[in-house]
Ligand binder design. Structure first.
Ligand code: SF4
Length: 257
C-alpha cells in the first residue's frame, strides 16, 4: 500500500536518483541541514504555544523563546550540516528567535478562530481500492465558523514565493481534500501560509472542480513513480542541499556541491 507524501513526490520530481536513495534504497542519512533543524524547532515552539492555549494558558513571549532556546540547545548535534558557509549555528538560532518574536507580536492573543487540532497526520485514499494514499500532515487546522476551515502552514523559507505558485500549490490543496472529506459541515477551505522570515501571511482557495482534477493528477503521478524503473540523476543548484551528494556520482562534481 504505497503512501506518498508531498515531499516524496517532490523528491522524485526534483531528482529521481535522490528519490531512489531515500525511498527505494532507504539509505538513512543521519545528518540534517541547519535549515531543516531550524524549521523543526520553530514548528515545535508554535505547537507548544497553541497546545498551551487549548488549556487556557497564554505563554508570554519570554516563555515561548525560552522553550525554543532550550529545545534548540538540547537537540543540536554535530551531525547537523551548515551548507551556507557564511552562516554559523548562532545565526540560525537568532533567525528562529526573530521568526517567533515577529509571529508573537503579529498574532497575540492568537484568537483567530477555533483550533481543531495541531500537527494532524493521516492518510487520504486516492483510489477506490485504497491502494494509493497521500500522506497528510497539517501544522494547524482552524474552524472559523459557517463551514470555513483554514489550514495553516509555517514556512521558514528565505525566499518568498509568488502568489501564482501558491495558487498552484499541491501540498495544502491536497490537505484540503482531506479536510472536506473529514468534516461534513465544511463548505470551503482557506489555505494559509506563514512565511516567518518575512513576517507575511499569504493565502489561496481551491474550487471543488480544481481539487477533483488535482486528485486525479496526483494519483496518476504516484502510479507513474511507483512503476518507474529508471532513476536518472538530475543535477541542479539544489544539489548543494542534497544529503546524498557524497555518494552521488554526479552531485559531487557540481561546483559548490
Ligand atoms: S547530488 Fe544532485 S544529482 Fe545527486 S542525487 Fe542529489 S540532487 Fe540528485
Amino acid at each position: 500500500m504505497p503512501v506518498f507524501s508531498h515531499s516524496r513526490i517532490l523528491s522524485y520530481e526534483t531528482c529521481p536518483l535522490r528519490y531512489k536513495y531515500a525511498y527505494i534504497d532507504e539509505i538513512i542519512h543521519e545528518g540534517e541541514t541547519a535549515e531543516t533543524y531550524l524549521g523543526s524547532r520553530v514548528h515545535e515552539a508554535l505547537e507548544k504555544l497553541y497546545r498551551n492555549l487549548e488549556y487556557g494558558k497564554l505563554m508570554s513571549k519570554k516563555e515561548l523563546l525560552g522553550f525554543f532556546n532550550r529545545e534548540w540547545k538540547k537537540n543540536w548535534t554535530d551531525s547537523i550540516i551548515i551548507v551556507r558557509e557564511e552562516l554559523a549555528r548562532e545565526d540560525y538560532r537568532k533567525m528562529g528567535e526573530k521568526y517567533l518574536e515577529d509571529y508573537y507580536k503579529r498574532y497575540k492573543p492568537f484568537k483567530e478562530g477555533k483550533v481543531v487540532d495541531l500537527e494532524i497526520t493521516d492518510f487520504l485514499p486516492l483510489d477506490k481500492k485504497g491502494e494509493y494514499n497521500f500522506f497528510i500532515r497539517i501544522d494547524r487546522l482552524m474552524d472559523t465558523g459557517e463551514g470555513l476551515y483554514e489550514i495553516h502552514d509555517y514556512k521558514t523559507n528565505t525566499e518568498l514565493p509568488a502568489q501564482e505558485s501558491l495558487d498552484e500549490d499541491r501540498q495544502l490543496a491536497m490537505y484540503s481534500v482531506w479536510v472536506r472529506k473529514e468534516f461534513e459541515d465544511c463548505k470551503d477551505v482557506r489555505l494559509v501560509w506563514h512565511f516567518l522570515a518575512f513576517d507575511k501571511e499569504m493565502d489561496s482557495y481551491r474550487t471543488e472542480e480544481q481539487l477533483g482534477a488535482l486528485r486525479n493528477e496526483v494519483l496518476a503521478k504516484i502510479k507513474a513513480i511507483d512503476a518507474a524503473k529508471k532513476f536518472p540523476a538530475n543535477a541542479s543548484k539544489l544539489c548543494i542541499w542534497c544529503l546524498y551528494k557524497g555518494i552521488c556520482p554526479v552531485g559531487s562534481q557540481i561546483e559548490g556541491a
